[in-house]
Design a protein around this ligand. Structure first.
Ligand SMILES: N[C@@H](CCC(=O)N[C@@H](CS)C(=O)NCC(=O)O)C(=O)O
Length: 225
């Protein structure tokens, strides 16, 4: 009952991280295959695996194919209903699903201004109004969930909603975005999670830095706990 997962570079591929985290956090057996976004063989690798132009891609043990982080999340929540991927209770589950969907389709200003980069942090980034609005919305949504659950994660234990927002926590830390103490505590909880620490360590071990992710700011060490 082992899944196969195709991912891109750990230091940079935020959607790969969202696809990988549920397997690791919830102890679901997975074989990981790597490809290189921006590499010459990327689209061939994705096609050979069965996907279409993007990572992550998952092959299920019974022959199914999942070609989007959202279908991966949905499938795993259905296949492993007792592992806590979604919170218990319909109202909380609905809230988690809204958060996952909003992350999947939104926050474009933050995503384009602040690409995920676990190799370095940047000093001197000045968010424009659109980025500040995305961060304000994220803080409101996180704050609401954290107040109800009492943390440390959005619905108590680490679940799919946290996996979806892990790259946002990395962006807040990496670009030094100004946030509330509650948000900062959640960012620290994300960065301290063993799965995130492992993801970054593996990325530092195997990935080379990509110039496409360079920013016109000063490099500073990534503030990993
Ligand atoms: N909606 C997709 C987005 C996946 C995505 O854009 N992945 C990036 C890597 S982080 C990718 O494969 N980019 C290659 C390309 O778009 O050419 C998902 O949720 O899985």
């Amino acid at each position: 009952m082992t899944y196969d997962l195709l991912i891109g570079q750990r230091l940079y591929s935020s959607w790969s991280l969202r696809g990988w985290l549920p397997f690791i956090v919830h102890d679901i057996p997975v074989r990981v295959q790597d490809t290189l976004i921006y590499g010459d063989a990327f689209y061939d690798d994705v096609a050979a695996f069965g996907g279409h132009r993007t990572v992550p891609v998952v092959k299920t043990p019974d022959g199914g194919l999942l070609t989007d982080s959202l279908s991966i999340a949905w499938h795993l929540a259905e296949a492993f209903p007792d592992r806590g991927l979604l919170p218990a209770g319909p109202a909380q589950r609905a809230k988690a699903m809204n958060m996952i969907c909003e992350m999947h389709s939104g926050f474009m200003a933050l995503r384009s201004a602040c690409p995920m980069n676990l190799a370095t942090a940047w000093d001197g980034f000045a968010p424009d109004a659109a980025v500040r609005a995305d961060v304000a919305r994220i803080e409101a949504v996180w704050g609401d969930a954290l107040a109800a659950s009492d943390g440390p994660f959005l619905f108590g234990d680490y679940g799919l909603a946290d996996a979806y927002f892990a790259p946002v926590a990395i962006r807040i830390a990496g670009y030094g975005l100004s946030v509330s103490d509650v948000t900062q505590a959640y960012v620290q909880a994300q960065l301290s999670h063993p799965a995130i620490l492992r993801w970054r360590t593996e990325g530092l071990d195997r990935d080379v830095e990509l110039s496409q992710y360079d920013q016109p700011h000063t490099r500073i060490p990534f503030p990993m706990p």
